[in-house]
Design a protein around this ligand. Structure first.
Ligand code: ZN
Length: 211
């Protein structure tokens, strides 16, 4: 007879495995990509660099290295373009220059502060070329979790500490702190600070976070 304790990993083991996956991501400094693409090597994201990266993303032989470019100190582009839905539909899911700059703004204003507060962030869905009407389609929103931290804890902290456009606690369940995920959007020119929750991953939405 098999002892279940021997075959099922503990929660700590699962968390450790997830963290190792997150931390193993490769990261190419922006200045290296700029050198490769022959644009000004200033290590900053601007329209010229974003245009060059977006163009390189359309070339399969260039794509692999460009996907490893750092959007901010702890986030790489690949984390925001990987999409099972896009893959299943045969879409390359590559952002254009404006969407790239929106992703950079998200990393600087949402991703990095959340990481600094709680630890490594696992982005589950970032840019989505196939939902042009959602903020994901503009590069302004990402869905994510922090392994080992309840989603409601992360959502409350964002609500109380960050400037954002919209925050949604999705598929949250009162009896399961790991259920669901956090959706947050950021725009440089708009901060509605809209806060919603949904027991599913979609409508109906309710105002505010669970008390
Ligand atoms: Zn979302």
């Amino acid at each position: 007879m098999t002892d279940p304790a021997e075959t099922s990993p503990s929660r700590a083991q699962v968390r450790g495995a997830i963290l190792r996956i997150i931390e193993r991501k490769t990261m190419t400094p922006l200045v290296d990509i700029q050198r490769r693409l022959a644009v000004t090597e200033d290590g900053k994201w601007g329209p010229q660099t974003a245009r060059a990266v977006a163009k390189a993303l359309l070339i399969p032989s260039e794509r692999a290295i460009v996907l490893d470019v750092a959007l901010s100190p702890n986030f790489v582009l690949r984390e925001f373009t990987t999409s099972a839905t896009a893959k299943a539909r045969g879409l390359s899911n590559m952002p254009n220059a404006a969407q790239l700059l929106a992703l950079v703004a998200w990393c600087e204003n949402i991703g990095e502060p959340v990481r600094a507060q709680f630890g490594p962030v696992r982005v589950t869905s970032g840019y989505r070329c196939f939902t042009p009407d959602s903020q994901h389609g503009a590069g302004e929103a990402a869905d994510f979790e922090v392994p080992g931290v309840a989603n409601i804890t992360v959502a409350r902290w964002i609500r109380d500490n960050l400037t954002f456009d919209q925050l949604i606690l999705e598929a949250w369940k009162a009896n399961d702190p790991n259920a669901g995920w956090v959706h947050c959007s950021y725009r440089r020119d708009r901060a509605r600070k809209s806060v919603l929750r949904t027991p599913t991953g979609g409508a109906p939405y309710y105002a505010g976070l669970p008390s």
